[in-house]
Design a protein around this ligand. Sequence first.
Ligand SMILES: [Zn+2]
Ligand SMILES: [Zn+2]
Length: 336
Amino acid sequence: MDDLQFGTRNKRGDWAPATALRASPIWPPQPARALSWLIGYLWPWNALFLASALLWWRWLIPDEATRRTLDIGWIGPLLVANMMGIALFYGAIEWRWYHRRAQDRRFKYNGRFPAEQPSDVFWFRSQNLDNALRTLLISVPIGTAIEVALLWGYANGWIAQRDWDSHPGQIIALVALAPVIHEAHFFVIHRAIHWGPLYRWVHAVHHNSVNPSPWSSLSMHPVESLAYFGVAAWVLVMAGHPFLAVWFFHLAGFGAVVGHIGFDKLAFGADGRPLMDTSAYAHYLHHKHFDVNYCDNGVLPLDVWTGSWHDGSPEGEARMQERFRRKRERMNTASS
Ligand SMILES: [Zn+2]
Ligand SMILES: [Zn+2]
């Protein structure tokens, strides 16, 4: 498997794909791309997260009567399952591609591994340890608390809901729409926490990982974790189904890994095949350049519409540099 058939590597050892990223064909509409885009919307990531959410719903979420009271008897196992699920999922990717280095640096955007770059910005000077601890001790408990509060609210009749037997169509539609809501919510909060004072207080923690790995996905300041998993609160205005509270946790929790894999393609076999596209490049460019790609190039081309889109091409790089130059000019004019 020669990654130089698919891209280029610079002197620092950073690999970049040869083809530019393509933004969502939703608007302006590109009907010819509709089918391949729809498959990409479902497979593999959203299908995987939906499967895990259904698994949780079936085996770990108790019945309505139990959920009516906040009791450690069901909240404890759910928290442990969420922590273990995230630890196993992120940990498996870390283990194979970052610890065992199954495909070494092939298709790796940043030529170095986080373990090779100890830094004082991280707890114990280790990006891996810092990111894993923040994920499991801060973000997952906060996300679980929001999930539990909503499940409890549903069980007590405080949140409007529909019955599965009489409204399956509406519930399926809301489940299908949830990734779009997650994306729009993330874009808005992400833009907000890039505002100077909030960036320094909150979001800088996440951006300490300039060279992200899966453990970086949920490595956040608690305020960011709250705003990020807060996407589940949209169920309050949906009249949906309690499953949506679980689905939002899985989309936000497990789904955060997508932009932080660090490799453009993952090889599963010993011979370097089959290869799986990761869709990680747009968010990798965000970690590298900060002021680009505030959402993950999903359904809504929000970055295209707001001028912050970087498709990874030389033209995209030139557009970004020009935008940065104009911003510096504006700041110089304002301060003179
Ligand atoms: Zn990130
Ligand atoms: Zn950011």
